[in-house]
Design a protein around this ligand. Structure first.
Ligand code: SAH
Length: 220
């Protein structure tokens, strides 16, 4: 746990992130901005890179994984048009930062992480921050949530070669999925919408994510 006096040092950096990297780049959803103002990103990054917690770029979180850059977290969250009663599935818990942002905004978050160590650390940080509406699962998120469940929104925070079919099945009517799609290097961030059991898609921008490894992701 980071001590309160240590956290004070980051308040200015967090405000700057909100003004320059989020509002300054077009993020307008006030609920998303508030959530990111509330959540201390420094709590999610390892001590050796903590001084860079508010630079607008991904940072290493161990196990060759990264915490996504703040602008991309804000953009993906905004595009999901969340409401307070949404149930959201997240694939790729990682540090738990995106999970925490979602947790502040919706009724319930279900999050899947392949690596037990990362899932455990995220669970601990969220509990310390008092975010208690999250269910964690360790396993292959390319196969969806292990139990029968439908979600209003799905967010994939690692690159997939194409959208895993099980995720489409687990999405409610009028639901949205946001995911980076493409091969290692650069991918396209795509927003999918399910309407009358048909899926339409909109391309948002180019992004760089680590690969989703698993049955419907890339080979391990
Ligand atoms: N949202 C996270 C991003 C983490 S990077 C954050 O901001 O911290 C992507 C994460 O996806 C990594 O932690 C990686 O271990 C995880 N991952 C990769 N393949 C996966 C799979 N098949 N199922 C669940 N998680 C997976």
């Amino acid at each position: 746990m980071i001590k309160p006096e240590e956290t004070d040092k980051f308040t200015g950096a967090r405000r700057k992130m909100l003004d320059i990297d989020l509002r300054g780049r077009g993020i307008q959803d006030i609920r998303v901005l508030r959530a990111m103002e509330d959540i201390r990103r420094e709590a999610f990054v390892p001590a050796n890179v903590r001084s860079q917690a508010y630079s607008d770029r991904p940072l290493p979180i161990g196990n060759e994984q990264t915490i996504s850059q703040p602008y991309i977290v804000a953009l993906m969250t905004e595009k999901l048009k969340l409401s307070a009663d949404s149930q959201v599935l997240e694939i790729g818990t990682g540090s738990g930062y995106q999970t925490a942002v979602l947790g502040k905004l919706v009724k319930k978050v279900f999050t899947i992480e392949r690596l037990g160590e990362l899932s455990e650390s995220a669970r601990k940080i969220l509990s310390e921050l008092g975010i208690n509406n999250v269910e964690f699962y360790v396993g292959d998120g390319s196969c969806g949530w292990p139990q029968k469940h439908k979600f209003d929104r799905i967010i994939v925070t690692a690159a997939v070669p194409e959208l895993p079919p099980r995720l489409i099945e687990q999405l409610n009517e009028d639901g949205l999925i946001i995911s980076p799609v493409g091969y290692s290097g650069v991918q396209e961030l795509i927003l999918y919408k399910k309407k009358k059991n048909k899926i339409s898609q909109t391309s948002i921008c180019s992004v760089r994510f680590v690969s989703l490894l698993g049955k419907y992701g890339f080979q391990e």
